[in-house]
Design a protein. Sequence first.
Length: 440
Amino acid sequence: MSQPDVLVVGGGPAGVAAAVALTGMGLRVMLVEQRDRLGGAIHRAYVGAGPSAIQRNAHHQRCWQALLEQVNQAGELLTLQLQSVFLGVEGEGRYLLDDRVAGCVRPVRPKAVVMAVGGVERVLPVPGWELPGVSTVGGMQVQLKETGEAPQGRILVAGSGPLPLALAAQLAAAGNPPLALLERGTPFGMALLQPAAALAGLRSGPQLVEALGYASQLLRFGVPYRTGCTVTAIEAVPQGLRVAVVDRRGRTLVYEVAHLALHDGLEPNQTGLPRQAVAGLPVVWAGDCREVLGADAAIHDGRRAALEVGKILGHPCPQAGFDAPLQSARRLQSALRTLYQAPHPAITPETVLCRCEGLRAASASALQGAASAHEIRVVGRYAMGPCQGRFCARNAQALAAQAGVSFEPLDLHGSVPRWPLRPVSVAALAAYADDASTTP
């Protein structure tokens, strides 16, 4: 296999924008995506026949179609490596890919790498969040986009931030409006207390139009939008789930539903990513894995990453003004964090903190005496499950802080990321195709 000049990992807006910008410099690029089509979470493709009935934002669709046209124009300079999962980097700088079409692990030895693996959704643990029927808002939204159908049965959407608003509107348009949209924060009250943040939100242009469109859908279908509401407990019942909620007046509300979608924000997905050059190969992060700034900013950040890589490789690069749109997106995200800020739900001793290993808050006593992130990982088993800490690392960080141990979530993995980052079959490892030594 001929080796690319640049390996781009992630086929969402940032990765695709970086890839096509690099081919525009005359560089040979391999674009790796774990799904069978490009798009990432925001542009997850419909798997059925014909057009999907699910409502999608017109502005984002136009931007994505423009990127796909550039993909088609890239020609032989761009190689799409679909249905391939990034497993990690071995000691000599080979990037290992689980090629699930060929059924083997392939090493790639480029001259530079762009990591554009997106963000990870955060859900704050509450009693019962590990039960069947509970999903993340982003997970349910991806299911909606792929299947073209809303889940059957009564749905409750809860958490904090703009994404639950989008899902609730899309569920309503798909024919199954949620019983309610519960917002943990009080954005309207915060807007009065923080007028600068409110003004930044009003100046957000396409994002404001998008939010108003979702709000109109909720009004049209009569979906209640209740602020200051916190999910405090989830219980399995014969009909599905019983969800207890406390509103801002301290009253307890109870919902019985088949599905509960939770969301408490997005964070950069940096688990296992090389933080710097490995074996002399420069690494540049792009998009939400570097900083969560939204879909439009991810495109700009992908192009910024391509420009950085081009300069490193000595290619003439046109100067482009990426700072202004990125700073604008940064101001908007800061305003949203201000408007949606809210206290975290209380954690009981029986609350599950790590779903992979089934670790509960009560098991924190096993961490007494652990003085480092490494010891907490080994003794407590946090970040050792299939998610590799994407969901539990911050929970472990909070527990450790109570015992006076301070560390960043990524420190649970140590200074050198170990592979595989994702499960890989023994058969694929045995079929390892060592063709990365081919001269680029």
